[in-house]
Every structure is written in structure tokens, then in C-alpha cells.
Design a protein around this ligand. Sequence first.
Ligand SMILES: [Zn+2]
Length: 373
Amino acid sequence: MQRTYQYRLYPDQEQEDALDTILRQSCLLYNEALEHRRDVYKHTGQSVSYPAQWERFREDRKARLEDFGLLNATSVQQLLRRLNKAFAAFFRRLKDGDKPGFPRFKPAQRFRSVEYRHGDGCQLTGDRLRVQHVGEVKVQLHRDVPQGCLKHVVVSRKAGKWFVSFQGDDGNEPAEPRTDGKAIGIDMGLHSLMAFSDGTLIDNPRWLRRSLKKLRKAQRALARKTRFSSRWWQCKRRVEVLHAKIANQRKDGLHKLTHQLTEEYALVAVEDISPQFMLKSRPFALSASDASWNLFSSMLDYKAERAGCVVVEVDARHTSQACSGCGHIQKKRLSQRWHSCRCGVQLDRDVNAAVNILKRVRSGPTELNVACS
Ligand SMILES: [Zn+2]
């Protein structure tokens, strides 16, 4: 199975400077490659191919040592492929009759990662990561890296800390789907983070809410500072650190939740939140919880695969309006938290939706022989 393992890096000052330079050079190359594509498109209306760009920047890499001297050839290829993908998506949307935004230039501080192929400019030996032009950087190997995962390597910077991720096949096969056991439906709640069909409501834990409050305060402080002043930079760093902390807290909570779900249940029904469904089924974008939900569903997917649990995505239209007892459609305002029906069903609005989501799996054409209890 495809897996990613991430570890903390502890570069010394000299190594950190070199890593910073690599990110800066990568950013410069990315932006120049983007400019090249934009120019060609403006003049000819044509797209530049990836091989043509590689041809051009392979030469540049050798000729402009000052600008690109620390870059690894494979890293540059990965970078140009990333850009190629962005443009392919741009042209696809153009063809579909959308009005897509042109791929944008990236400011250096937003350019946070560089990719390698293991054994090419980047290699793990013991607890040291040898990075070309940087040296042997200490890695906190808090657990072993499966041999098969030593393939695609990403070195990244987040809020002043450095990390390395190894991606590849860990050699494990997905578990056989369990054929007995319990099933549960989950709704992306309107008032809570998530609601389960068994009546459980999941909310952001108190410590996460506390961090969010601190973040809002720091963001307000940042907005009051003069841009690029030393106080502004100080404040900006604080915002970044808090962002990273919140992301970690959220991730940690979701890891535990998804682990518990996939261990306990044979089937988990969730709403399909692919864009076309979102547009139809959601009254407005719940941007903050969307991020959590995306992370939740990707964790749920890979943990389910390992545990032999089946995840089913269902069309969630009207699940919050319909009664889970009798099916009667009952219009509710967004502020209305309680579902009470003439048939006697009394439920939290989001729990009612979660029960409906689970019911859609049972009623729909499905070959799953899971005992839904
Ligand atoms: Zn009812």
C-alpha cells in the first residue's frame, strides 16, 4: 500500500542556510518556468511541453550556478512536472468552457518543499539524511521506514522546522473486507464537527478551540502592524507557529478518531463531498470544517484499507431535511438544531442526517453483505 512517513530533521545552522537556499532557488526556477510558459501562451496560444522546458532549464542549471547551482536534476524535473500538471489542469478547464485563473507565481516564503528520488541527491543512512549540497542532516527516526517507502522523498519547511517525508509502497496488502460487524453513518455536522448515526456528536476539543482563539488574536495583532516591520515579522512567525500547532492538534485528534472507527466498524458511510456533490448538496461552503473533513476522509480511507473496513460514500442530498424515521421531508432553517417529526422521531439535526446517510447504504444497490445493525 502507498504510504507516507514523515520525520523531523535537525539541520545545523550551515545546513539550514543551504536548505533555505535550495528552496529559494527552486522557487526562482518555478517562477521562471511559469513565466516562460505564460510568454509562449500569450504569443502563440500554445502550451509548452514538459520535455521542452526540461531541455531549457537543464542548460540553465549548468550555466547559471549563482541562481540554480544547488539544485538537483531530479528535483528540477519534479518541479517542472508539478508546473506541467498545473497547466494541464488550466487547459482542461479552459476546454470545458470555465474561466480558470492562470497558474500563479509563488512568493519565496510560500515555497516550502523540494522533492527528490531516494538515492539521487538524497539518501537515508542510519539516522542521517545525506542531501546533495547540504550534507548529512540528523533525522529523528521515531520509527522505522519500510524499505519500499524509500522512493519518493520530500524535504519541507513548516513554521521554521524542517521535515522529511518518504513515500512509497510499504509492502503490505490491504486487509480482506470484514463481513460481519457494525455499521455507522457519519455526517459532516453543521453545528458540531461531525455527527454519528449512533447519536455521538464530535466537536473540536477544548484545547483546539483554545488554540484557535489564540490564533485569531495573533492574526488581529498582525493586521495592526506595519507590513515588513520587525514587529510584523515577529508577529507573523507567531501566527505561523500557531497554525502549525493547530494543524498538529487536529491531525492528532483525527488519527485517533479514524483509528477507532475503522477498528470498531465493518462499514462506515460518509457523504460524498467531491466538488460536484458539494455544489448541489450544501447551502454554503463550510470552509473551516471542509479542511478537517478532507483530512478525515483521507485518513479514514487508508486506515480502513488496513483494517478491512469498508468506506461507502453516498449522495447526501436532503439527508438533513428528511426524517430518518418516516422519510417525511421537513424543511429546516440553518439555525434549527433539533429534528422533531410528526412520527415521533426526536433527534439532533446532524444525528438525523447521519442516520439517513447510513440508511442510503442499506437501501441503495449494494453488494456489501455487512450486517447493518
Ligand atoms: Zn418522521
